[in-house]
Write a protein that binds this ligand. Structure first.
Ligand code: 5AD
Ligand code: SF4
Length: 481
């Protein structure tokens, strides 16, 4: 993303939005002058990293418009929901939160409520919001996130509800303002959308087809992050291994990693998500060769049964997946793996599920994100007749979680007494007496320290392994042999 000053005149699309930002700034300045306070915003994010990153863009726009982030417990002038629809419970959470915001007559302050994100790309959801959640003022989609300033200005000046969701992707718009949630590590989008149409998944319908950002735009963004002191970047896409396919480029993802590895100041590079069907030899070589690319791969396998994988339209088998893991481990010893697994896909038998447990046992993932299959209207699998009973799903789910937890704990125990390199991210949110950070393999490490080492790479000795994290002690620089 170019920054505001370096934008070309041809980039009218985003310039138009900056004009609306300036108009809203006049409105917020007036409020500040009259009421002696800065109007506030609250962004509530549901779902994946892509949404977290989109929320940083919404925050950037609102900051530029003269709003400030609300302090906890206060009611904000603008509340924005960034929603997810990948599973039903994510949608239910949003409706729950929205219901709580219904204003009563004696409410002193009525907030502007705006909603965006994947859920809004579904027409039946928009209809429901229109009818049953009349306090929602602005609804917009994932493809026109960058038009938020225009929509907000129209809402503030005309007071009429606005529903503006685009059903096609349109261009990638560079240059939206951004306020990042963290200051050591940053997300960088490299592509949007997905072409895979896994039969259970709603994402291709709500995020559109794959579109890659230009390599130079990405490199420039990472350079600016490095200049601002960021140390770690995570490249984001639904399927990063197909980065560049739509630009007619082969091996473009590995090539991008080489370019980013050359950027001074960046210490670590991560990426997600990889699809097993597209994991190329050139990518494995890049992980092996490039010093900044971390030894960690998030590689969702979803099911261990080749029959179920076929029904899921995943385009690989159990054997292929296990072969890939072996190949990567051979080339990059010590690499850690994390994964996503779905339990209870339509037609999944006990035997199929045992194949899933078998993959978990064979690979020994550091961490697995486990999901109960959730029927998503509009997907192919929603029409499958052999949906699995909820109790059966839950019982299998528990067995899977128990197995993975014991493996995760055993892996953590192997760290006892080891010295690891940690990039310090700041004070731990859960343990405020400790600093927190991760190893290159993505292990969470907490350690007490008198000195603020945020943003530094430090050597830490693991003194106690826990089921889900490691406790360490910093080794002073002079003592590292
Ligand atoms: N039900 C359950 N889990 C799902 N995922 C995607 N769609 C569904 C669904 N319908 C999971 C997959 C994916 C992760 C982001 O969410 O495991 O990798
Ligand atoms: Fe969904 Fe499959 Fe695309 Fe991932 S690769 S976003 S699971 S369709």
């Amino acid at each position: 993303m170019a920054d505001r000053k370096t934008l070309q005149a041809t980039e009218q699309t985003i310039q138009k939005q900056y004009a609306y930002i300036d108009k809203i700034k006049d409105i917020t300045t007036e409020i500040s002058n009259k009421e002696g306070r800065q109007p506030t915003y609250d962004i509530r994010v549901f779902g994946c990293q892509m949404n977290e990153h989109d929320a940083e863009k919404i925050a950037g726009m609102l900051d530029d418009m003269g709003y400030s982030k609300v302090t906890e417990g206060d009611k904000a002038d603008i509340i924005v929901f960034d929603t997810c629809c990948v599973r039903e419970n994510a949608e239910e959470k949003v409706y729950g939160h929205l219901g709580l915001l219904k204003p009563s007559d004696d409410d002193e302050k009525k907030s502007v409520v705006a909603i965006t994100g994947c859920m809004m790309q579904q027409p039946h959801v928009v209809e429901k919001i229109k009818k049953s959640y009349r306090h929602v003022g602005i609804v917009f989609g994932t493809h026109n996130l960058y038009t938020f300033p225009e929509l907000l200005y129209k809402y503030l000046t005309k007071g009429k509800r606005i529903f503006d969701v685009w059903d096609t992707e349109g261009q990638i718009v560079e240059g939206t303002p951004i306020t990042r949630a963290e200051n050591v590590k940053a997300w960088v989008n490299i592509m949007l959308g997905c072409n895979n149409f896994c039969s259970y998944c709603i994402v291709p319908y709500v995020r559109g087809r794959e579109r890659s950002r230009n390599k130079q735009d990405i490199v420039d963004e990472v350079q600016r992050l490095a200049d601002a002191g960021y140390k770690e970047i995570t490249l984001l896409g639904q399927n990063v291994n197909s980065y560049g396919n739509d630009l007619g480029k082969k091996d473009a993802f590995a090539d991008l990693l080489y370019a980013i590895n050359d950027i001074q100041g960046i210490e670590r590079i991560r990426f997600m998500t990889s699809h097993p069907k597209d994991l190329s030899d050139s990518l494995i070589t890049a992980i092996k060769e490039l010093p900044k690319v971390c030894e960690h791969l998030h590689l969702p396998f979803q099911s261990g049964s080749s029959r179920v994988l076929k029904e899921m339209n995943r385009k690989y088998t159990k054997e292929h997946y296990l072969g890939l893991i072996d190949k990567v481990r051979e080339q990059v010893p010590g690499i850690s793996f994390t994964t996503d697994i779905i339990v209870g896909f339509p037609g999944e038998t006990e035997e199929d599920f045992l194949e899933t447990l078998d993959v978990v046992k064979k690979v020994r993932f550091d961490q697995a994100f486990t999901f109960l299959y959730s029927k998503r209207t509009g997907t192919k699998a929603a029409k499958f007749e052999n949906q699995i009973d909820e109790d059966v799903k839950k019982e299998r789910f528990q067995r899977l979680v128990d197995l993975q937890n014991s493996i995760g704990e055993e892996i953590n125990q192997t760290y006892d007494g080891k010295i690891v390199e940690v990039l310090v991210e700041g004070i731990s949110r859960n343990k405020d007496t400790m600093y927190t950070g991760r190893t290159r393999e993505y292990k969470l490490v907490n350690f007490p320290c008198d000195e603020d080492l945020t943003g530094k790479l430090v050597k830490v000795k693991i003194v106690k392994s826990r089921p889900f994290w490691l406790e360490g002690a910093v080794i002073p620089e002079g003592e590292i042999s």
